[in-house]
Ligand binder design. Sequence first.
Ligand SMILES: Cc1ncc(COP(=O)(O)O)c(C=O)c1O
Length: 394
Amino acid sequence: MRQTPDFDEVINRFGTHSVKWDGMEPIFGVPAADGISMWVADMDFRPPQAVQQALESMLAHGIYGYFGDDAAYHAAIRWWMQNRHGWAVEKDWVFTTHGLVNGTAIAVDAFSAPGDSVVLMTPVYHAFARVIRAAGREVVECPLALVGNRYELDFATWDAQMTGREKMLILSSPHNPGGRVWSVEELRGVAEFCTRHDLVLVSDEIHHDLLMPGQHHTVMALAAPEIAPRLVTLSATTKTFNIAGAHIGNVIIADPGLRARFAARMAALGISPNSFGMAMATAAYSPEGSAWLDALRLYLDGNRQLFDAGVNAIPGLRSMPLEATYLAWVDFSGTGMEVDEFTRRVEKLARIAANHGPSFGRGGESFLRFNLATPRKLVSEAVARLQAAFADLQ
Ligand SMILES: Cc1ncc(COP(=O)(O)O)c(C=O)c1O
C-alpha cells in the first residue's frame, strides 16, 4: 500500500551517528538541547516506503554476501533518466561509485595529472576543492557574477583567467549553493567554454531531481550533445531520496575513450558496489519513488516560501531565490556586520547550525547556507529565532 509521506513528523535523529544532528554541538557549538541543525545536505525525512521495504527484505533474509547481478539496478537508472529527464542512458555508460564525492575524486585522478588545474565556478559545493587539492591539483576559482540576487556565468572574465594548465571543469547543475537551474543557453555556454579551453566537463547533477515546482532542468548531455567526447555526468539517488549514508552514485560517460580512462582508475582502486546502496537505489528509481519526489518538492517549496518571507523581512538579510535544491543561500552583507558577528548571532543567539559561506570559495564570504529539508515547524522556529537575533536591525 502506498502511503502519503508525512514530512511534518519531527524525527529525533540524536544518537544515530548523524553528522548533521550529532555533529551540531561538537562542530558548531550549537547546543544539542535546543539547537536547530540546518547545515549538511541531508533531509530529516524518511525515504519512500519502497526503499524501506527493500532494506527490510534484505534484513529478513539475513545473508549479506557480495552483490552480483546489477541488471535491475541499471534498468531502474535507465527508467528514471528516460522518464524524469528524457535522457536515454546505456548500461555500459554507467559506473557505480561510493557516492559522488568519490566519483569526482576518481574523475580528477583519471582526467588530470598532479600539477594540473581544475576549474570551479565559485561559490560552489566545498568538497570539489577539497578533493582537487588533496589530489595535488590546483583549483582555479572562476567567480560567478552576482546579478541582482541571482548568479550568472561570466565567460569573458573566465576566458582571461585561463592559462593552458587547466584540464577539467566541474559544474554544479543545478547549482549548490545558489539554487540556480542553468538554462539550456547557459549550459551550452559552459560546453563551449570547455571546448575552447580543451577541458573535460564534469557535470555534477546530484540535485537535478530537486526542482522547485515549475522549473525544468536539462541534463548537459541533452543541452549540448556535441560535448559528449569530453562529458562526464554525475547523478545519484542519495540526495533525491535522502539515502546519503548508502554512499552510492553514478558516473555516466558515453564516450568510449573517457570511459576507458575512468574504468582503469576504478579497476586500480578495486571499487565494487555496496549491496545495501544498490538495493535502496533500485527501489527509489521507481514509480513509487517518483510520486514521493513530487510530494517532497511541494513540501520543500512551502518551506522555501516560509523561510524566504521571514528572512527577507529582516533588514540587511537576503535569501537567494531557489529554483532547485533545498539549500537557502543567505547574504548577510547588507547588515554591515563582519562574518564573525553575523555567524555568532546565528549560532549563539538563534542557536542554528548553518554552513559557512567562505568554505564554498570566492564569492561566498558574506553568506550562510541553510538546509530547509526539515519539518516546517522547525523552519518556522528558525525564522522566528533569526528575526529575534537580528531584531536590532528592524
Ligand atoms: C553538488 C554536490 N555533489 C556531491 C555531493 C555529495 O555527494 P555524495 O554524498 O554522493 O558523496 C553533494 C552533497 O551535498 C553536492 O551538493
